[in-house]
Design a binder for this molecule. Structure first.
Ligand SMILES: [Mg+2]
Length: 290
């Protein structure tokens, strides 16, 4: 049996059409409930910060527990999250207000704040499936040897509601709140990294390395194949959902989107277990090779 683990945001959905609304809602919440600053000021700082990130994307990252979870330019929602994080960390007043609002942090106050904004406001977003999303899921469900599983950092109930709205002819499991961003410096597992050997850091170019210390996501993948199933992972971004599967010998299919940077396409395309899809619909053709 093959479990095809399909990422939700950005893979099944067109997150590039939703990120503006997500950012707008997040800025309103920051202005009125968390920071107590004029929304207009926050909005212009957000725009300036995002431009600064995209001018040098290799320099700006989503950092969790001191480790890089993702580069800022990998996805539309990731860029929004990283922009908010940099904006909140760089201003001492904002940082103090966020620390007061999230005093008992699970990660650190800024990461907790952006997780809160993400979970709260992605729940309010409308449904924006990519045109082929339903057809792809139906085809996977109808193949007797294949089980589709939805993977998401969002909370499972939002995703369940949206998947139910598709009226699919069978069941789809949902791996919600999978926390591919949960980085753990103390985790000791090493991987056979190309060109390096046993390591926890995958150097992919002169300016970027991928940190593999993601025990929560690792456990989710190990659990998923504990019944003897083979796995494949399909997603629109690389560091969060894709790097660990490749290091575990699990095929990873990167769906190219309007925001996918070339460096992600290159690193996935160069890996023997990596495949780049120019459209999610191409998945059905290439999966038959498994
Ligand atoms: Mg995604």
């Amino acid at each position: 049996m093959l479990k095809v683990i399909v990422d939700f945001d950005g893979t099944l959905t067109a997150e590039e059409t939703q990120v503006g609304e997500l950012a707008a809602m997040s800025l309103t919440t920051l202005a009125t409930e968390i920071i107590d600053a004029p929304r207009k000021q926050l909005a212009s700082e957000y725009e300036a910060t995002r431009a600064r990130l995209m001018a040098r994307p290799q320099r700006y990252c989503w950092v969790v527990n001191g480790l890089v979870a993702s580069y800022c330019d990998e996805g539309a929602f990731i860029l929004n999250t990283t922009t908010l994080q940099v904006m909140l960390r760089d201003n001492p007043y904002y940082l103090r207000r966020v620390s007061e609002r999230f005093p008992v942090a699970e990660y650190d106050p800024v990461v907790d704040c952006t997780n809160y904004l993400f979970h709260r406001h992605t729940a309010d977003l409308g449904i924006a499936f990519r045109p082929c999303a339903r057809e792809v899921l139906v085809s996977l469900i109808e193949r007797p040897d294949v089980h589709p599983v939805i993977l998401t950092n969002s909370l499972g109930d939002k995703v369940r509601r949206h998947i139910d709205a598709l009226g699919l002819p069978g069941d789809v499991a949902i791996l919600g709140d999978t926390r591919q961003y949960e980085m753990a410096p103390e985790w000791t597992r090493h991987f056979d990294v190309p060109g390096v050997g046993e390591a926890q850091i995958w150097p992919i170019s002169d300016v970027r390395t991928i940190d593999l210390r993601r025990p929560a996501y690792y456990r989710a993948l190990v659990d998923a194949r504990s019944d003897g199933a083979s796995l494949a992972v399909v997603a629109d971004t690389f560091s969060l959902p894709g790097a660990l599967p490749l290091m575990m010998g699990i095929p990873f299919y990167l769906c190219r989107t309007p925001y996918t940077p070339d460096w992600c396409v290159e690193v996935v395309g160069d890996h023997p277990c990596g495949v780049v899809l120019n459209d999610l619909a191409e998945l059905l053709g290439v999966l038959s090779l498994c």
